[in-house]
Design a protein around this ligand. Structure first.
Ligand code: PLP
Length: 320
């Protein structure tokens, strides 16, 4: 197939290197893919998706891009930066904690600092909403988009986390940066386009996501996304939820709330290798990986894909 049009944002390939001290400590051959070092907007996995999403938006003549997310969304920060580079206005519906159930807010992240500080610097139009469900958040985003349309702007809507087939295509392409020889690739998985792109792009390697949301049916959405990506790639076969290996053991108290295991993993990797993880995604995933290595469940040449998120470290209630 033809490659999709791309709006360049990141410095790729991102570094890939061995974690020597961590490998010795854990008794495994452990490597890391540094998407925290994309050279774009303080790093993170969203730059890869946005290269293709922005190209699509520009082609559609967008004047405003509207999305949604949690208040400390890494995606909104990177989208804001991509929009700044493209001269497009960026708006987002946000809520501190988009959950089905009540969660203790003080254990999550603050509504200031971290990504929110960077969103302000980038001029992102943040529309704060009272905490509610994910459906409430999606409805709030549609309302923001309608408001802009009613004022005459050409609006382009991007789903949460950039998880459309076009976003997943960014990670399908990213998989080409991985040399052969890895037994397992491990990363934090949430809205799905990282997982879907890597799963379809890495045919010979075990692709293992650590869930950041406590929703077991999430892999059904991944299957829909995967089939959308297959259509984009002009492939005839289909994927199902069973094609996506997801470990839910590291979610902790819930989406958006740091866990004890994740916090310990953040400190462990900082002290072992001088590398920072984040409290909502990569810290939890690395914590789960470390535990499963220690339990002898993951062996062989293993790659941890660092998906970024470090600005959220500065939005913790206990970060002052
Ligand atoms: C730091 C970080 N890691 C991992 C993820 C999960 O990526 P995806 O939404 O593609 O599943 C996110 C998404 O918000 C993130 O910000």
């Amino acid at each position: 197939m033809h490659e999709l049009p791309k709006f360049p944002l990141i410095l790729s390939p991102t570094p890939l290197h061995r974690l020597d001290r961590a490998s010795v400590a854990l008794g495994i051959d452990l490597w890391i893919k540094r998407d925290d070092l994309t050279g774009f907007a303080m790093g993170g996995n969203k730059g890869r998706k946005l290269e293709y999403l922005l190209a699509e938006a520009i082609e559609a003549g967008a004047q405003v891009i509207v999305t949604c997310g949690s208040g400390q969304s890494n995606f909104i920060r990177q989208l804001g930066a991509a929009c700044a580079m493209a001269g497009i206005h960026c708006a987002a519906a946000v809520m501190e904690m988009p959950f089905e159930d009540e969660m203790p807010t003080e254990r999550g992240l603050r509504e200031t600092g971290g990504n929110v500080l960077l969103d302000h610097l980038l001029g992102v139009d943040l529309h704060w909403n009272a905490n509610g469900t994910w459906e409430d958040l999606y409805a709030a985003a549609r309302k923001v988009a309608e408001e802009y349309r009613s004022r005459g702007y050409a609006v382009y809507e991007i789903p949460i986390g950039g998880s459309s087939p076009t976003g997943a295509y960014g990670f399908y392409q990213a998989a080409k940066e991985i040399p052969s020889g890895f037994d397992t690739v491990v990363f934090a998985s949430s809205s799905g386009s990282t997982h879907v792109g890597l799963q379809l792009g890495l045919a010979e390697t075990r692709v293992l996501g650590f869930a950041c949301d406590p929703e077991p049916e999430i892999t059904e959405d991944f299957a829909d996304l995967g089939n959308g990506l297959r259509r984009l790639l002009h492939r005839d076969d289909t994927v199902t939820a069973k094609d996506f290996e997801m470990d839910f053991s590291a979610v902790g108290p819930g989406y958006g709330i740091p866990s004890d295991e994740g916090d310990a993993a953040i400190e462990w990797l900082a002290k072992a290798e001088g590398i920072f993880l984040d409290p909502i995604y990569s810290g939890k995933a690395f914590g789960g990986l470390k535990r499963r290595i220690e339990q002898g469940e993951i062996r062989g040449k293993t790659l941890f894909w660092h998906t970024g998120g470090t600005p959220a470290l500065f939005a913790r209630y206990d970060s002052n």
